[in-house]
Design a protein around this ligand. Structure first.
Ligand code: SAH
Ligand code: SF4
Length: 397
């Protein structure tokens, strides 16, 4: 291994600790309601068994209840026909199976559906369902707001309010599924509608790693929702030290928000680059464990007119990703009220895409979805107030 890669790896443990400590103060609210009942969604299998044993139930109930919650989509103990009525009643006194409240649901003319979910403490985040012909992806938020302020992103104009908890992350998917009635989870075959998950909504998933990881382990569990890691894509703006961990522990597909191929420009439009520059980011991609020809890393590249869309940029992009199992996703910039950029011209996008394709990389242009309801990439933002004083002043971690 070249020495500079070693140096990065050596830093990793300390960096991880620092990131986790800094984001801890943005923790989600506890899973116990005002009436003392405990939320079961978002608990790991082990935690669910412990909670049931504490309540005087046999540990084997965890398997039954897990099935009802995550395979059947039950939100009420009274439908759990494999559990005796008196036990159902006892469980209902101690526990709840919640969903975030769908405060606003809008469906675009192209059938994209955007949900504004309200959580127990009143904080809100957006989730988008993007249907395709024989499948569909749920684009999930990981934080309310974002500490990173990428210049072209609407979410980035909203300071981080807080991290979402595992229950809230899984809950977005489950509530979206409720909306399409796609329960029980189909066995052995991919669901028809909500088949994929993309962690590309509001927030930086690798700055809320613990909750995102817990939520993804729940949705991947084969006795519940059962979505394969191959159908989950985590998008990061490049939190290098956490990429190794996500790859090793979750094994999901990786998307990297590259957007610029020179450090001077990337420093400006993706400010996290000042901390983890392109060279380190590309090294982390090269060692991302799950990547292979069958599971390529997606490089997301927002097309900004006259900023990052020249043929020279395209050629440098090809140089950066050469030798990697990679594909490039060109995203025409989606404007939002007050945004300062323009979308590249169709000619510039085609020219750029052709250079990347001629070098052997797939380079589709992502068609904007749900633009009429501001549901396209980078348009998500909520008007929620900041929960804690000082959150706005929090430095990017
Ligand atoms: N924070 C993560 C995931 C959420 S953003 C990340 O940055 O990767 C999902 C994708 O939308 C990212 O690639 C992001 O850069 C892109 N994006 C943000 N604002 C956009 C806009 N206005 N138009 C097009 N894409 C945008
Ligand atoms: Fe945050 Fe991603 Fe938006 Fe950047 S692009 S501000 S990391 S949500």
């Amino acid at each position: 291994m070249p020495p500079e890669v070693n140096a990065i790896t050596d830093l990793t443990e300390a960096e991880r600790e620092r990131i986790l400590a800094k984001t801890a103060r943005f923790a989600p609210p506890p899973a116990v309601l005002a009436d003392g009942r405990r939320e079961l969604v978002g608990l790991s299998r082990e935690e669910l068994a412990e909670a049931l044993v504490e309540a005087g139930e046999a540990a084997f109930r965890a398997k039954q209840i897990w099935h009802w919650i995550y395979n059947r989509g039950a939100t009420d103990f009274s439908v759990m026909s494999t559990i005796a009525k008196p036990t159902q009643a006892k469980l209902a006194e101690r526990f709840v199976i919640g969903r975030p409240e769908a405060a606003v649901v809008q469906t675009s003319t192209d059938k994209t559906r955007k949900f504004l979910f309200r959580f127990r403490d009143g904080q809100e985040a957006e989730t988008v369902y993007i249907p395709e012909e024989d499948r569909g992806a749920v684009c999930i938020s990981s934080q309310v707001g974002c500490t990173l302020s990428c210049r072209f992103c609407h979410t980035g104009t909203q300071a981080l309010v807080r991290n979402l908890g595992a229950a809230e992350i899984v809950g977005q998917f489950m509530a979206a599924r409720d909306s399409y009635g796609e329960w029980p989870s189909p066995r052995g075959e991919a669901p028809r509608l909500l088949s994929n998950i993309v962690l590309m909504g509001m927030g930086e998933p690798l700055y809320n790693y613990e909750n995102v990881a817990k939520a993804m382990k729940i949705v991947m569990d084969g006795e519940g929702i059962g979505i394969s890691r191959r159908r989950i894509t985590l998008s990061t703006s490049g939190v290098v030290p956490m990429m190794d961990r996500a790859g090793a522990e979750l094994g999901v597909n990786l998307a990297v928000s590259l957007h610029a191929v020179r450090d001077d420009l990337r420093d400006e439009i993706v400010p996290l680059n000042r901390k983890y520059p392109i060279k380190e980011l590309m090294a982390a991609c090269r060692r991302y464990p799950p990547a292979s020809n069958a599971r390529r890393i997606t490089f997301e590249y927002v097309m900004l007119k006259d900023i990052n869309d020249s043929p020279a940029d395209a050629r440098e992009l090809v140089r950066l990703i050469s030798g990697l199992p990679a594909k490039v996703n060109l995203i025409p910039f989606n404007p939002w009220p007050g945004s300062r950029y323009e979308t590249s011209t169709p000619d510039a996008i085609t020219r750029f895409s052709n250079i990347v394709m001629d070098a052997g990389f797939s380079s589709p242009v992502r068609a904007p979805r749900g633009q009429d309801i501001l549901a396209a990439c980078g348009q998500l933002r909520t008007e929620t107030r900041r929960e804690r004083k000082g959150a706005e002043a929090a430095p990017p971690v």
